[in-house]
Design a protein around this ligand. Structure first.
Ligand SMILES: C[S@@+](CC[C@H](N)C(=O)[O-])C[C@H]1O[C@@H](n2cnc3c(N)ncnc32)[C@H](O)[C@@H]1O
Length: 203
């Protein structure tokens, strides 16, 4: 992520490359209207873009990192979107979460760039409140049957683990097991650009 010279907006180049593919899946799986919690919003660029294109959805961005929260707030000021809320500070591992009710939860590119405990906490917190028809949407790179799906993902995984041994590309079977432990199931897997996947989880 890089920072805009004149304000607190951070920018992640990957967002421009994946946001339309993510939007297409979300159009399909989110309720027609309702409130969505985005966990780990990062720069806030997804929040701005998705709120703009899903006007019937009230979008709640969040992140634990103060710099990210400042960036989300700064991006939010660039456009008058009634449906994009002020970001809230949320660390998935600090349970219970200090947030209210939502119709769906979205988490893009977090669980491989955080300790496994963050994924566990995410599934526990979502599993205990998710209602029939509610959705948890995940996006990121995943291994299948212990194997990377592309050489670029293997290299990325190595780089992640070098940066922090607790990080790393997760295996779909571990996600499926974690889902089951928390009364969720992977309903749909969608192949995304650059060897990423969308996972749609429901009760
Ligand atoms: C690679 S960034 C992804 C940001 C954004 N979703 C995107 O795709 O551009 C990972 C984000 O996960 C957040 N994060 C790390 N650990 C977390 C945790 N325990 N709970 C919630 N968010 C966390 C970081 O602060 C960071 O903003």
């Amino acid at each position: 992520m890089s920072q805009n010279l004149f304000d607190q907006r951070l920018s992640s180049p990957a967002v421009a490359r994946n946001r339309d593919a993510i939007l297409a899946v979300l159009r399909d799986v989110l309720p027609q209207q309702g409130k969505v919690l985005e966990v780990a919003s990062g720069s806030g660029e997804h929040a701005l873009y998705l709120a703009r294109h899903l006007p019937a959805i009230l979008w709640q961005p969040s992140d634990p990192n103060p710099q990210a929260l400042a960036s989300i707030a700064a991006w939010r000021k660039t456009e008058p979107l009634d449906n994009l809320l002020e970001p809230v500070q949320l660390d998935a591992t600090l349970r219970p979460w200090p947030v209210g009710d939502f119709d769906a939860r979205v988490c893009i590119n977090m669980i491989h760039i955080a300790p496994w405990e963050a994924a566990q906490a995410l599934f526990v917190e979502v599993g205990k409140v998710l209602e029939e028809g509610g959705v948890l949407y995940l996006y990121g790179p995943f291994k299948r049957d212990g194997q990377h799906t592309a050489a670029s993902n293997a290299a990325f995984d190595e780089d992640l683990r070098r940066r922090d041994p607790r990080w790393g590309v997760r295996d779909l079977s571990d996600i499926a097991a974690l889902a089951q432990e928390n009364t969720l199931r992977i309903e749909r897997i969608v192949e995304m650009p650059a060897n990423n996947l969308s996972l749609v989880l429901r009760k």
